[in-house]
Design a protein around this ligand. Structure first.
Ligand code: HEM
Length: 384
């Protein structure tokens, strides 16, 4: 059983907090909504394990802050949306492997996967650094997949000596990501520094990967739901430019429902800093406390038919509960939350406008750094 499923089973017990033993010692999974709020609120006794690069150079919003000395003017959301729009108008119709599938009729998987990741890489680097990735995107997608797999196996440590194959894979992937980060800095007129190189790599892994996976899950889920595809097509999402109208209707509802079933950030970790009683357990400093959006989003006590893809549940836009936290909550909520939704509405909207698609084989979920589909899926795509 994968860890995400393990959390779901644990959360389904009638406790608001469940104890389990992890490799690092005592750990607690929190599934009661009051307790979730207590853990995530700002200045709680549960700190976020340090993530120096994301915090130190953290982006306050993808467009809105200084990054490597690039100052963006006050964000005009319409201008920003226009940028997102222009990008996906060109790129979501240009997925070369989709073309291959359309021409041959053969369902696709692996290539689509890398190509979607490449599309979001090109997008993010253009938006964040004004950097044009050109033809290297697929190679960099592949390198980010390797690093993700290795982190899931070995954490932040390098693979032990006996894993020669992984060591060589890691070396190649790191070389590719390093070169990219240094090229970006040179492009921005900076002398490459190790700290910023690392920060750029973390941004690629932490920001691009969840966007790409949400897109792929959304296409796979919609590929089994022709009715919702049609509803989205009718809404003509792509012609909308106001933030309010983009965040209404069937497309955003489908994206939220995708994020409910397959939240890329499937587990949020905290460390207890002061002795605390939570859900009847005494939690000691150093103990791990986990909140799993994946588990919360699938609990029967919070959701009707939790295993079904029913995007209509988000259409009324009144579902604002702690049991739906794809972007986290409280002090460390994802600063890009609203932008992510707009980016995904544009990306999925344009894709649906160009292609109809059906899922031939639905994948299992693979909880690595982010919750991704394993590559054993099949999708047929047809130009409209
Ligand atoms: C679908 C896409 C995304 C998802 C699902 C997502 C999810 C999350 C979640 C759950 C957290 C909170 C982690 C925690 O509480 O431990 C987080 C934090 C963060 N996210 Fe995102 N994210 C996405 C895209 C992005 C993008 C595109 C950017 C920037 C360009 C970004 C930048 C950040 C940063 C800087 C933090 C750290 C905030 C802090 O520690 O105070 N994220 N994200």
């Amino acid at each position: 059983m994968n860890t995400a499923r393990f959390f779901l089973n644990l959360a389904s017990l009638p406790n608001s907090v469940s104890h389990y033993e992890s490799e690092q010692g005592h750990a607690y999974l929190v599934s009661g909504l009051d307790e979730v709020r207590m853990v995530l609120e700002q200045h709680s006794d549960f700190s976020c394990p340090s993530h120096p690069y994301r915090c130190l150079y953290g982006l306050l919003s993808p467009a809105g802050c200084k990054w490597l000395g690039i100052t963006s003017p006050t964000i005009d959301s319409r201008v920003f949306i226009q940028k997102i729009h222009d990008f996906f108008k060109t790129h979501s119709g240009n997925l070369a492997l989709c073309e291959q599938s359309i021409n041959s009729g053969i369902p696709i998987s692996e290539g689509f996967y890398l190509e979607v990741k490449a599309m979001f890489l090109i997008f993010s680097l253009k938006l964040l650094f004004d950097f044009d990735l050109k033809e290297n995107a697929t190679e960099i997608s592949q390198a980010s997949c390797v690093i993700e797999e290795l982190r899931a196996r070995f954490g932040f440590a390098s693979p032990p000596d006996k894993y020669k194959y992984f060591i060589s894979q890691e070396r190649v992937a790191k070389r590719i990501l390093n070169k990219l980060a240094k090229d970006i800095q040179t492009h921005c007129g900076k002398k490459p520094s190790d700290a910023i190189t690392h920060a750029i790599q973390e941004t690629i892994l932490n920001a691009v990967v969840p966007l790409a996976y949400t897109f792929i899950w959304a296409i796979l889920l919609l590929g089994r739901d022709e009715h919702t595809q049609y509803k989205i097509l009718q809404q003509r999402t792509v012609t909308n430019f106001s933030r309010a109208s983009l965040l209404r209707g069937p497309c955003i509802a489908a994206i939220k429902e995708t994020l409910r079933l397959y939240p890329p950030a499937w587990a949020l970790g905290r460390t207890c800093t002061n002795v605390k009683t939570l859900g009847g357990h005494v939690i000691n400093p150093g103990d791990a406390v986990i909140i799993s959006p994946y588990a919360l989003h699938r609990m029967r006590s919070y959701w009707d038919k939790p295993g079904h893809f029913l995007s209509s549940r988000f259409e009324s836009n009144c579902l604002k509960q702690t049991s739906f936290i794809p972007f986290g909550a409280g002090g460390r909520i994802c600063p890009a939350a609203q932008w992510n939704e707009i980016i995904l509405v544009k990306a999925v909207g344009y894709f649906i406008e160009r292609f109809s698609f059906s899922t031939k084989k639905f994948p299992r979920e693979k909880p690595l750094v982010a919750l991704r589909p394993d590559r054993n899926f099949a999708l047929s795509i047809y130009r409209r």
